[in-house]
Design a protein around this ligand. Structure first.
Ligand SMILES: Cc1cc2nc3c(=O)[nH]c(=O)nc-3n(C[C@H](O)[C@H](O)[C@H](O)COP(=O)(O)O)c2cc1C
Length: 359
């Protein structure tokens, strides 16, 4: 079974082709510092070939939701050192997902400061979960060129901090409608300067950040997560292929570890022009290792690897609920089901108490 075969990622050999997909669990403290239960949570899942952490805020400005962790203060970095040490002692490999939420946040969780975005366009038709309950999205602050340059630097600093904290590499969260995805989208990016108005200009921010991350973390230690056809968070593109294929071609020029691609996840009835074969359409353009994500089980993951484009499959909710997922695949065992109620926030329950096969 390809899923359980070793894979070379960058300069590292992974024990299998399973990645744990990044998952926000909102169990840090209000200062964005994780505690020992987070060390236990990741350590329990160290038999994945690759662990990708939950989104980690790169700066105070990046924060969209309370109790999500950061990697920009000393206390935050020190806490992550315990995670990486324990995962490594248990034979795992772990990348930090670097997160800037852009307009997907609310001022009530940001010391009264408005979220920031490429353009002053609010998300409509959805609400945001805040410390004060569900709220409509606000019109975000439109970033100046100087502010954009500062964010690129903040990503570099976060990547340096991640390496100092012992991570094997970093992943740019450029999917699901967060800041980098906002720059890539015609609905969220209405800029007329060098960061908007054309395919090349909309791709510029992500490419600048990726170069900064490679400079900070090193060759073969940087990945990127993309969702070319996910329209959640009001992300629209008239032609996703025209936007994302040149982006992936430009990423081919950088010494990256991988490109992590998400399938659509939501119905495309209202988007008949969107491609449905994500790995075939976009993955085939990448010369880097492709990790396929979204909606896979064991059989469909194995079938995706057999097609030859993706070399790894990342699993989200299956890994959330099954710390020993690789073992369960190997033995064709039953799976624990993920509990929606304990996904975000709370303590150990629904976090570190999912049973192992032998429990
Ligand atoms: C509780 C939860 C939190 C998530 N948080 C993140 C996140 O922080 N960053 C990210 O890129 N994706 C996040 N995702 C999406 C997953 O990484 C993955 O793309 C999605 O669950 C689809 O994979 P699956 O079908 O194997 O679950 C989250 C998913 C879940 C279930």
């Amino acid at each position: 079974m390809k899923l359980l075969e070793k894979v070379t990622l960058g300069k590292q050999t992974l024990q299998n082709a399973l990645a744990m997909a990044p998952m926000t669990r909102s169990r840090a403290d209000i200062e964005g510092v994780i505690s020992d239960i987070t060390t236990l949570y990741y350590t329990q899942r160290a038999s994945a070939g690759l662990l990708i952490t939950e989104g980690i805020n790169i700066s105070e400005q990046a924060l969209g939701s309370p109790y999500t962790p950061g990697i920009y203060t000393n206390d935050q970095i020190e806490a992550w050192k315990k995670v990486t040490k324990s995962v490594h002692e248990n034979g795992g490999v772990i990348y930090a997902q670097l997160w800037h939420t852009g307009r997907v946040g609310h001022s009530v969780d940001r010391n009264g400061k408005l979220p920031v975005a490429p353009s002053a366009v609010a998300i409509k038709g959805q609400q945001h979960f805040t410390a004060e309950g569900m709220k409509d999205y606000e019109v975000p602050h439109e970033l100046t060129t100087e502010e954009i340059m500062q964010i690129v630097k903040d990503y570099g600093t976060a990547a340096k901090n991640a390496i100092e904290a012992g991570f094997d590499g970093v992943e740019l969260h450029a999917a699901f409608g967060y800041l980098p995805n906002q720059f890539l989208s015609e609905s969220a990016n209405l800029r007329t300067d060098e960061y908007g108005g054309s395919v090349e200009n909309r791709n510029r921010f992500v490419l600048e950040v990726m170069k900064e991350l490679v400079d900070a973390a090193g060759s073969d230690k940087v990945g990127i997560k993309l969702s070319p056809t996910i329209y959640y968070n009001n992300i629209e593109n008239s032609d996703p292929e025209a936007q994302f294929k040149p982006l992936i071609e430009s990423l081919n020029e950088l010494p990256l570890a991988y490109v992590h691609l998400m399938n659509a996840m939501f119905p495309l009835d209202n988007h008949p022009h969107y491609p449905t074969d994500i790995m075939g359409t976009f993955g085939s353009v990448s010369k880097h290792l492709v990790i396929a994500n979204a909606g896979y089980d064991k059989a469909s993951g194995e079938a995706e690897l057999e097609k030859g484009i993706a070399k790894m499959i990342s699993y989200g909710s299956l890994f959330l609920a099954n710390p020993d997922l690789a073992k369960r695949f190997e033995l064709d065992a039953e799976f624990n089901q993920a509990d929606q109620a304990t996904m975000y926030g709370g303590g150990a329950h629904g976090y570190t108490d999912y049973p192992f096969l032998n429990d």
